[in-house]
Design a protein around this ligand. Sequence first.
Ligand SMILES: [Zn+2]
Ligand SMILES: [Zn+2]
Length: 86
Amino acid sequence: MAHNGIPHCVVKGCDLRVKVKMRGLCLRHYKKWLKYGDPTKGGTYRHNAPKCEIHGCQGKPYARDMCHRHYKAWWKRQKRLSQMTQ
Ligand SMILES: [Zn+2]
Ligand SMILES: [Zn+2]
């Protein structure tokens, strides 16, 4: 096989495509890197989590055991909080 495919995230076990070439990270891990300074910090993704941790939500887990929708809301909240403390 030629080595000309789309590169995958450098994080072990992650098979997502690289979105941030400079870092060799997928978007998920890049966000972690931004937040923690280390793409593997803050817990590993549990791809096998049954569903979103938000009570009553049947969404598929995307990150932090939350579905995409809830994760996005959470992310916005985190951003707002960090802006408030600056
Ligand atoms: Zn990744
Ligand atoms: Zn959800």
